[in-house]
Each structure stands twice: as structure tokens, then as C-alpha cells.
Ligand binder design. Structure first.
Ligand code: G3P
Ligand code: CA
Length: 262
């Protein structure tokens, strides 16, 4: 039996800057958020994981080596060590000294600049549940969002962060910890049972590799009231194809090419 289409309006804009604006500035740092905002973006995707002492911070890879001057598994270090790393110099000299960002710093930035956030839960291998729980609880605290759904006291129009993950286990932890925060299942393939999994996790959205969206998969998601988002969309013809399909959200690196006002 199908669920009815989602009743409430989708509160997120169509255009979402990937990893902050992570091609033109060092990904997942505040410098990337600032640059995306300067191009008119008001929603950002980012990658969140857990330090060894329980601080939620932004890092895409398991290891620090590609995007910082540190080495090894990021989630195995304490924040006191992580906070000393240079997460900008690898990108270009202009960003040398840019630190790793905590989710708390990003929340403050977004709130001060009226920006919305898509937090991808990016667990260190083996910590899928713990990371999902920690990210969800931290996000609920930082946005002042009641975990249990009692949102009546929030200011009108308040919009929570959207939590996403490739890991069903992380979304399960988020559902248990903060059922009121919206969730999206990330997919790089349409694995068997993806739709049922998204519904069991009470997701509001499917966030797919762009090539997985076609008339069939969009219709399948829509029939269940799920929103459709695509990553990572960096050329005009792909944008046109996705817009023709009626995709709700486009995650892009090309803040220079696509204006979110268009
Ligand atoms: O959240 C969409 C996209 O960011 C997923 O892929 O590898 O860039 O985190 P990745
Ligand atoms: Ca991501």
C-alpha cells in the first residue's frame, strides 16, 4: 500500500553546494561555506564524523591525508589534535591555515547567515551506529530542535538540518535518537530493497547518484511521498535532464556555473 505524497512543503532549496563549496575552497571548511554563500547558495552539504573524544567534525575521507597536513584515521584522534591541523593548505596557498570545522562552528555559521544544512553522516568504519547517534543528537542540540517531535515551541519557519547517510545503520541510530530530524537515504546504486529500506527508516528523501534517476525511479520514490535529490551534478545537460524529471534537490560543486537564484 502506498503512502500519500508528502503533505508539508519541502523546506529546502533546490540548489545545494557540495562539501560547502568544496572545489573552489577547501572542502568541509568554513572557508568553503563562506564562498558558497557569496555565490548565493543558502544550503550546504557536508560530511560529519566523530573524533575519538566524541566531537562531531567535518571530514570526507576516513583518513586525514588528502585534505589536511595530518595522517591516519581522522576518527582515531582527539579534537585537541585535530583542531591544530591545516585543512586548507592542500587546496591552495590562499587557504593555508584554515582549520577543520566542528559541526558546532558550522551550525553557528549557518544560523547567523540564514543558511540550511544537509549533514551527511560519514562514519569511520565500524562506528556506523555510534556516529549516527552522535551526529543526530549533536544536530538536535545545536539547532535547538526537540528530538521527540514536539516542535510547537520553535519559531515559525524554523528548518532543521537534513541528515543523510549511505549507511542504513547510521540512519537507524538517527531515527531512534532524534525521530523529528528529517532523514534521507543516500544511494550509489539502486540496491535491492532500497525503497523499503528508506520507508522503514522513515526517510523523507532519497539522495541518489544522478545517473540513477530516471522516470521509473523518480515515480517509485514519489509514489511513496519521498523527495528526490541528486549528487554530484556539475554540467548543464545533466541539470536539464534532472529538472525535466522534477528532481527536488541538486547537489553541485559548480557554484561558479549554477546560480541558485535561477
Ligand atoms: O551527499 C551526497 C554526496 O556528497 C555523496 O558522496 O562521496 O561526495 O560524500 P560523497
Ligand atoms: Ca558527502
Amino acid at each position: 500500500e502506498s503512502r500519500p505524497p508528502a503533505q508539508s512543503p519541502w523546506p529546502y532549496p533546490r540548489w545545494i553546494a557540495h562539501r560547502g563549496a568544496g572545489k573552489h575552497a577547501p572542502e568541509n571548511t568554513l572557508a568553503a561555506f563562506r564562498l558558497g554563500a557569496s555565490h548565493g547558495y543558502r544550503m550546504f552539504e557536508c560530511d560529519a564524523k566523530l573524533s575519538a573524544d566524541g566531537v562531531v567534525f567535518l571530514l570526507h575521507d576516513d583518513t586525514l591525508d588528502r585534505t589536511t597536513n595530518g595522517h591516519g584515521i581522522g576518527g582515531e584522534l582527539h579534537w585537541a589534535t585535530l583542531s591544530q591541523l591545516d585543512a586548507g593548505g592542500w587546496h591552495s596557498r590562499q587557504f593555508a591555515g584554515e582549520p577543520l570545522a566542528t559541526l558546532e562552528a558550522v551550525a553557528r555559521y549557518c544560523q547567523a547567515n540564514h543558511a540550511l544544512l544537509n549533514i551527511e553522516i560519514k562514519p569511520t568504519t565500524g562506528l556506523e551506529f555510534e556516529t549516527g547517534r552522535a551526529v543526530a543528537l549533536t544536530a538536535a542540540r545545536l539547532w535547538g530542535w526537540p528530538a521527540d517531535g514536539a516542535t510547537a515551541a520553535l519559531p515559525p519557519g524554523a528548518v532543521p538540518p537534513l541528515l543523510t547517510s549511505f549507511q542504513p545503520e547510521s540512519l537507524k541510530a538517527a531515527l531512534e535518537a532524534t525521530p523529528a530530524l528529517p532523514r534521507g537515504l543516500l544511494l550509489e546504486t539502486l540496491w535491492s530493497g532500497w525503497l523499503e529500506a528508506a520507508l522503514a527508516l522513515r526517510c523523507e528523501a532519497i539522495v541518489c547518484d544522478q545517473d540513477l534517476w530516471d522516470t521509473t525511479s523518480v515515480a517509485q520514490a514519489r509514489r511513496e511521498g519521498l523527495r528526490t535529490l541528486a549528487y554530484t551534478v556539475n554540467d548543464e545537460s545533466s541539470v536539464q535532464r534532472l529538472l525535466a524529471l522534477g528532481i527536488d534537490g541538486i547537489i553541485t560543486d559548480r557554484i561558479d556555473l549554477f546560480s541558485p537564484a535561477a
